[in-house]
Write a protein that binds this ligand. Sequence first.
Ligand SMILES: C[S@@+](CC[C@H](N)C(=O)[O-])C[C@H]1O[C@@H](n2cnc3c(N)ncnc32)[C@H](O)[C@@H]1O
Length: 211
Amino acid sequence: MTPEAGAACETERVRRFFDRSAESYDGWMRPFDRLLLGDGREMVCSRARGRTLELAVGTGLNLAGYPPDAQVTGIDVSPAMLAIAGRRAQALGRAVELRVGDAQALEFPDGCFDTVVVTLALCTIPDERRALAEAYRVLRPGGQLLLLEHVRSPVAPVRWVQRLLEPLARLVGDHLLRDPLDHLGAVGFRVERCDRSKWGFIEEVVARKAR
Ligand SMILES: C[S@@+](CC[C@H](N)C(=O)[O-])C[C@H]1O[C@@H](n2cnc3c(N)ncnc32)[C@H](O)[C@@H]1O
């Protein structure tokens, strides 16, 4: 199998998993959010400006955190997750464009967004480097990338536990040993800020495309 065919196969597997889990997602995400993210989602989304693309928007848990004047577009590979995001947007009275799409091959022209947001998704997107390269492509020069992710911890004992748990995580389409910092520079981003918490397991990044 070519690497492209492998990635397509894995993307389909991830889509099926999230389509199946969509209705229960918010329930199992709530304790994770409370314990590990705190107000991280709100902090990240409050920095969004202008035309904003959220990659892998899921059930729209971030939608309430965007400034009222941000024009938000969300894409996700799972129609079932997006259906819940649509209901959430309606309940919030928030105009959001939601589209089925693959973060690894975005159907948007170059340079058409001011902000790209990704939360807890680079851990499931099969080729996270391609998704970051696509984020770079669709950002305008000077545009910002906002990330909130669980990542490979720099704290050795935590990383050992992550290594042990990795095979289990892979069963649910998750990767515990990734870190977007491995790719941001190579893709072209300048990292302006990187805050780690929870023994280095949670990472918040602000990066920018050169002007
Ligand atoms: C763990 S959930 C995170 C959802 C949301 N970002 C959040 O913070 O709650 C991962 C999401 O990534 C989506 N996803 C995975 N691979 C994708 C891809 N290649 N393109 C777009 N979305 C993808 C899944 O469908 C799922 O909604």
